[in-house]
Design a protein around this ligand. Structure first.
Ligand SMILES: *[C@@H]1O[C@H](CO)[C@@H](O)[C@H](O)[C@H]1NC(C)=O
Length: 984
C-alpha cells in the first residue's frame, strides 16, 4: 500500500485523512505527485554528471577523459588484471589514485571494479563529526552475488596488444577479448573479433574523489546577472557537494561529492532492455529529449511512489541495474553493481560504417551513461550471444529465482482488508460455493492489533488458528502482511526488544531513527545487521508469533523503506546502518535485506520443521534488488483500476522476467479505484498469465471477489481461473526452468526469437516458458479482436478450437469477452491437469493430459517437472522430470527421464506411481491417421518382451480453417514412467 490512504489512528493519520479526502475530489483521475520526487536536475550528482556529459559532447573531438591507467602499475595473473587509474584534477595537483581490478570469470563474465585509494585507506575527513564509514561501500556484492565468480584459468594476456593497451583473451575457446586502452582509460569488448561493448568510449568516466571542503568567501551575485557571461567550462557546480536540500529535508553529506559514472556504448545495437522497475515500453526509450523520448534518465531509487504514472522513467519500488542490448542474433549485457541512487541516460545514434555506402551498413549505436551517488564503480560485462546466455550469466551471479511452493503460483485473493476472521472464512466459503478455484487469501495491515506486527486484533481476529484451520481443510493458505516499521509504543514486546538489543536503523547522530508510517511513530529494523536478521527471523516461530499456523506465509510491504515524513517518502540518506554505512550507500538493497531475514526465519518455524529440512518459504516483496529473486515473488505495487495500468503490467512483468526476477505480477483489478466489469474480467484473463497472480484492492474500493460478478462475467473469470489451474503443470515446469537457468517464466518475442527483428519492440504478447503457448491478453476497452504477431512460418493453433494460423506476420484473433487470445505454436507438447478443483493442493494426484502440437516438420517436444510442491525434498531427487518427444519419422510419442536420481527419488516415484496420463491430444494430426482406432503403448521394461498394450484412438477432422486432431484415451501410462506410444 502507498502512503496516502486511510489510516485510523494518530494525529498524523488525521492529516493524511484530510489529504486523502482532497485527493478523493479528483478521484479516480489521480496522478503521481511529481514534486515529491527528484528530477535529475534536483539530484545534485545527476545534474553534475549530465553537465559533464554535455561539456564532453560540446567539446567533442577535443574532449579527453582525464583518467589514465598507469601502464607501469598493470599486472595480470590468474584471471585478474590490477592496476591504478590516475585521475588528473589540475596540472598542479597530484593525480587521484583509483585502484582498478578487472576479473575474468570461468563463466565468461568480466567484472571491472574501480575504487578510490584515499577513501579505501580511510585517509579522508568526515564533516559534522559523522560516524559514517570512510570507504566507498563495498558490500553490495555480499547481498547480490552468490556465484559465478570463479576466476578463469584460461584467460590470458595476448602478446600482440598494441602499445599502450592490454589485451586479454578469455571465455570458452577464448572467443572473447577485452582490449584495455591505458590513456585515456577505456575498454572494448569483442566476441569472435567483433566489437560489442565499449566502456568510457565517450569519456564520461567520473569518480568524484574526496576533497576537503574549502570555505570560499561568499561571492555576491547581483540580481539579473547572467551566469553565462563568464566561461564556465572548467568550473564545477559545487552547490550540492556538501549538503543538499529537497522537500524540507537536508542531506548533510559528510563525505562530500562521491558519485561514480561511466558511459557504456553498444555499437550496432538498437534495443536495450531491463533496468526495472519502471513503467513504459520493454524496449527502453531514449532519455535526453526529442520526439517520443524521455527528458530525464531512468532512475533507480526504490521509493513508495503514490499513484505512479504510465510511461515514465521515474523510479518505482525496486531496482535491478542490469541491462541487455539486443540486435539480430546477438545479445550482450551489463550489470551495474551499486546500491545507491542511480540514473541511466540512453541515447541512440545512427551511424554509418561507410559514409559512401548510402545507408548500406548504417546502423544504430545505443549509448548509455550510468551514474550512482556513492559506492564503488563496479560493472559486470556479459557477451552473450543469446538472450538466454546473458540472463543465465546474470542469474549465475545473482542467484536463480526460488522454486516456489506450488500454491504460490496459483490464484491469490487479497484485499485491504478482510476485516475479521469470520469475513475470511465467509469469503473462503463463497469461493467454494461458486466453484471458483483459489489457493491463498491475504490479510493487509488491519488484522494487527493497532498496526503492531506479530499480533492480531483481539476483537476482529479472535480466532486466527480456527481461520487458518478452515483454509487448511482445502489446502489453502493465509498470507499476512508484516512490514519493517515497528510501532513505537510502550509494552509492545517487539519494539522493546528492537530497542534494548539496538537492532534498529540509526539516524546520522547514531541514535535510533524515528519516523512515521502506518502505526504512527515507528522504528525500522536494520536487516543489514546479522543480529537483527537473526532476531527478526525467530519472531516467525509459531511459539513467538502466536496465532500463526503452518499455512501462514508472508508479505513484506513498505520495505523501500516507505517513511511517510522522510525525504522522497523514504529514509534520510545520512541515516546509519549496521557497520556505519550510510543509508545513501545501501538504499536500493534495503528491501532485499528484510526479505532475506523473513525468508530465513520461515524456512523452519519449529524444531519439527527444522529436522525435516525446512519448508520452502513464500514471501512477497514490493521492494527488491538484483538477487531478490532468490527469495520469492514481487508485485508492481499500487496500480490503478484503469485500462492503461492493465496494459502497462505486461511490459513491466516482461522486463522483470528478462532481468532475472521472473516471479512477478501486478494487482489484478487495479489497486486504486473500482474497475468496470469488463476491465475486471479482462484483468483476470491477463492475470491468468502473470507468473504471480493476485487480485488486490484498496480499502476504499467496493468488494470485487469474482463470485460477486454477474453470471456472465463470473463464468468467464471462472474459465480463466480454471485455465490457470489446468496449466499449472506447465507453469510449474517453467518455474523450475527459471530456478535452474534463469529463463523468464513469461518470455517476450525478442527472447524467444532473437533473430526476428520485427518482434524486438513487441511487449504486449508473450510465451509461457518454453511451452509454445503464445498469449496476447486483451488490454483495450471494447476490443473484440486483437492483432497478434507471429514471428516465423511455423503453424499456430487457437488453444481452444484449433483454428490454424500461419506466420510470419500479423493475424487477427477474435477476442470477444469470453476469449483469451491464446495460441499454441507447432512443435510443442504442453502438460495439463484438466480436473477442476478448489485449490492446487487438491490436484496433487490428479491425472495429466498431454497436448501434442505437431509442427510443420511433423515433430513436437516438451517437458514436465513436478515434485511435492512444498518441501526441499526435490533437492534429494524427489521429483519427476520427463521429456516428451513426438518423432515424425517413427510416428511415435515417447517419455524420457531427464532428472537426476537422488536419495529420495524412488520414494517419490512410488508415491506418484498411480498418477497417470489420462489423455493425449494431438493437434495438427496427419490425415493418414483417419481410420485408426487404436494405438500401441509400450512401457519401459516391457518393450523387449513385446508385451505392448492397446489404447483407444479417435481422429477428428477439423472444419474449415481448423486443424485435424486426434485423441488417445486412457493410454494407461504413468506420468513418472518411461513409455512409448506408436501411431504408425
Ligand atoms: C540471506 O543473507 C545471508 C547473509 O548474507 C546469506 O547467507 C543467505 O544465503 C541469504 N539467504 C538467501 C535466501 O539468499
Amino acid at each position: 500500500m502507498a502512503v496516502m490512504s486511510r489510516a485510523t489512528s494518530s494525529r498524523w493519520a488525521k492529516l493524511l485523512l484530510l489529504v486523502a479526502a482532497l485527493c478523493c475530489l479528483v478521484y479516480p483521475a489521480v496522478s503521481v505527485k511529481h514534486e515529491n520526487f527528484k528530477t535529475c536536475d534536483q539530484s545534485g550528482f545527476c545534474k553534475r554528471n549530465r553537465a559533464y556529459a554535455d561539456s564532453a559532447a560540446a567539446s567533442s573531438s577535443s574532449w579527453v577523459s582525464p583518467y589514465v591507467l598507469d601502464s607501469a602499475s598493470v599486472t595480470f595473473s590468474k584471471g585478474q588484471l590490477s592496476g591504478t587509474i590516475l585521475k588528473t584534477v589540475t596540472t598542479s595537483d597530484r593525480p587521484v589514485r583509483l585502484p582498478i581490478t578487472i576479473s575474468f570469470f570461468e563463466s565468461g563474465s568480466v567484472r571491472v571494479t574501480i575504487d578510490e585509494e584515499k577513501r579505501q585507506k580511510g585517509e579522508i575527513e568526515l564533516r559534522h563529526g559523522s560516524k559514517a564509514r570512510k570507504e566507498r561501500y563495498n558490500e553490495a556484492e555480499k547481498w547480490a552475488i552468490v556465484g559465478g565468480t570463479k576466476l578463469s584459468s584460461g584467460a590470458a594476456a595476448a602478446q600482440d596488444a598494441q602499445p599502450g593497451t592490454s589485451k586479454i583473451m578469455y571465455g570458452l575457446g577464448t572467443k572473447f577479448e577485452a582490449i584495455i586502452s591505458h590513456s585515456p582509460f577505456g575498454i572494448e569488448f569483442k566476441r569472435d573479433g567483433e566489437l560489442h561493448i565499449k566502456l568510457n568510449d565517450r569519456g564520461l568516466l567520473n569518480v568524484e574523489h574526496w576533497r576537503p571542503k574549502i570555505d570560499k568567501p561568499q561571492e555576491e551575485k547581483k540580481e539579473g546577472e547572467d551566469d553565462n557571461t563568464e566561461p564556465k567550462a572548467l568550473t564545477e557546480d559545487e552547490s550540492t557537494w556538501w549538503d543538499e536540500a529537497f522537500g524540507g529535508n537536508t542531506d548533510t553529506k559528510p563525505r562530500g561529492p562521491e558519485s561514480v559514472a561511466l558511459d557504456v556504448t553498444f555499437p550496432g545495437y538498437e534495443h536495450v532492455f531491463g533496468v526495472p522497475e519502471h513503467t513504459g515500453p520493454l524496449s527502453l526509450r531514449q532519455t535526453r529529449g526529442g520526439d517520443g523520448n524521455f527528458n530525464d534518465p531512468y532512475r533507480l531509487y526504490n521509493a513508495d511512489v503514490f499513484e505512479y504514472e504510465m510511461n515514465s522513467p521515474m523510479t518505482l519500488y525496486g531496482a535491478i541495474p542490469f541491462m541487455q542490448a539486443h540486435k539480430k542474433d546477438s545479445t550482450v549485457g551489463i550489470f551495474w553493481l551499486n546500491a545507491a541512487e542511480t540514473w541511466i541516460d540512453i541515447v541512440k545514434s545512427k551511424s554509418s560504417a561507410n559514409p559512401l555506402s548510402l545507408g548500406i551498413g548504417s546502423h544504430t549505436d545505443t549509448q548509455t551513461h550510468w551514474f550512482s551517488e556513492s559506492g564503488l564503480l563496479d560493472i559486470f560485462v556479459f557477451l552473450g550471444p543469446t538472450p538466454q546466455d546473458v540472463v543465465s550469466s546474470f542469474s549465475e551471479l545473482t542467484g536463480y529465482s526460488q522454486l516456489p511452493q506450488q500454491f504460490a503460483i496459483a490464484h491469490h485473493q487479497c484485499r485491504w482488508n478482510y476485516v475479521t476472521d469470520e469475513d475470511v472464512k465467509d469469503v473462503d466459503r463463497k469461493f467454494d460455493k461458486s466453484q471458483i478455484p483459489y489457493d491463498v487469501i491475504w490479510l493487509d495491515i488491519e488484522y494487527t492489533d493497532g498496526k503492531k506486527y506479530f499480533t492480531w486484533d483481539p476483537l476482529t481476529f479472535p480466532n486466527p488458528i480456527g481461520m487458518q484451520k478452515q483454509l487448511d481443510d482445502h489446502e489453502r493458505k493465509l498470507v499476512a502482511i508484516i512490514d519493517p516499521h515497528i510501532k513505537n509504543e510502550g509494552g509492545y514486546s517487539v519494539v522493546d526488544e528492537l530497542k534494548s538489543k539496538d537492532l534498529a536503523t540509526h539516524n546520522k547522530d547514531g541514535n535510533i531513527y524515528e519516523g512515521w508510517c502506518w502505526p504512527g511513530s515507528s522504528y525500522w529494523v536494520d536487516c543489514f545487521s546479522p543480529a537483527a536478521r537473526k532476531w527478526w527471523g525467530q519472531l516467525f516461530q509459531y511459539a513467538k508469533f502466536k496465532g500463526s499456523a503452518h499455512n501462514l506465509w508472508l508479505w513484506n510491504d513498505m520495505n523501500e523503506p516507505s517513511v511517510f515524513n522522510g525525504p522522497e517518502t523514504t529514509m534520510p540518506k545520512d541515516n546509519l546502518h549496521h557497520g556505519n554505512w550510510e543509508h545513501r550507500d545501501v538504499h536500493n538493497l534495503n528491501g532485499l535485506t528484510l526479505v532475506n531475514a523473513t525468508f530465513e526465519g520461515l524456512v523452519s518455524r519449529n524444531k519439527e520443521e527444522e529436522k525435516a529440512g525446512g519448508v520452502r518459504p513464500f514471501v512477497l516483496t514490493r521492494s527488491f534488488y538484483a538477487g531478490s529473486q532468490r527469495m520469492g515473488a514481487m508485485w508492481t505495487g499500487d496500480n490503478q483500476a484503469n485500462w492503461e495500468h492493465l496494459e502497462a503490467s505486461l511490459p513491466m512483468i516482461l522486463s522483470l522476467g528478462v532481468s532475472g526476477f521472473p516471479f512477478a505480477g501486478a494487482d489484478v483489478g487495479g489497486f486504486f479505484g473500482n474497475p468496470s466489469r469488463e476491465l475486471l474480467t479482462r484483468w483476470y484473463q491477463a492475470g491468468a498469465f502473470y507468473p504471480f497472480f493476485r487480485a488486490h484492492a484498496h480499502i476504499d474500493t467496493r468488494r470485487r471477489e469474482p463470485y460477486l460478478l454477474p453470471d456472465l462475467e463470473r463464468g468467464i473469470v471462472t474459465q480463466a481461473l480454471r485455465l490457470r489451474y489446468a496449466l499449472l503443470p506447465a507453469w510449474y515446469t517453467a518455474f523450475h526452468a527459471a530456478s535452474k537457468t534463469g529463463a523468464p517464466i513469461v518470455q517476450p518475442m525478442y527472447y524467444a526469437h532473437p533473430g526476428d527483428e520485427k518482434g524486438f519492440a513487441i511487449d504486449d504478447q508473450m510465451y509461457l516458458g518454453s511451452t509454445g503457448l503464445l498469449v496476447k491478453p486483451v488490454t483495450k476497452e471494447g476490443a473484440s479482436s486483437v492483432d497478434m504477431y507471429l514471428p516465423d512460418n511455423e503453424k499456430y493453433f487457437d488453444y481452444s478450437d484449433y483454428t490454424s494460423y500461419s506466420g510470419p506476420g500479423h493475424v487477427k484473433i477474435e477476442a470477444p469477452l469470453d476469449r483469451i487470445p491464446l495460441l499454441m505454436r507447432g512443435g510443442h507438447i504442453v502438460p495439463r491437469r484438466d480436473r477442476p478443483r478448489r485449490s492446487s493442493g487438491l490436484m496433487r494426484f490428479d491425472p495429466f493430459t498431454l497436448v501434442v502440437v505437431l509442427g510443420n516438420d511433423g515433430k513436437a517436444e516438451g517437458e514436465v517437472y513436478l515434485d511435492d510442491g512444498e518441501s526441499y525434498d526435490y533437492e534429494q531427487g524427489a521429483y519427476i522430470h520427463r521429456k516428451f518427444t513426438f518423432s515424425g519419422a517413427t510416428s511415435s510419442l515417447a517419455s524420457e527421464d531427464v532428472g537426476i536420481k537422488g536419495k529420495k527419488t524412488s520414494q517419490y516415484l512410488q508415491q506418484m506411481k498411480d498418477v497417470q496420463v489420462e489423455k493425449i491430444v494431438i493437434v495438427n494430426a496427419p490425415s493418414s491417421w483417419k481410420s485408426k482406432t487404436e494405438v500401441d503403448v509400450s512401457e519401459e521394461g516391457t518393450t523387449s518382451s513385446g508385451s505392448s498394450k492397446k489404447a483407444g484412438f479417435g481422429f477428428i477432422s477439423g472444419e474449415a480453417g481448423k486443424a485435424d486432431w486426434a485423441v488417445v484415451r486412457k493410454p494407461g501410462v504413468s506420468i513418472g514412467g518411461g513409455w512409448k506410444i506408436s501411431f504408425a
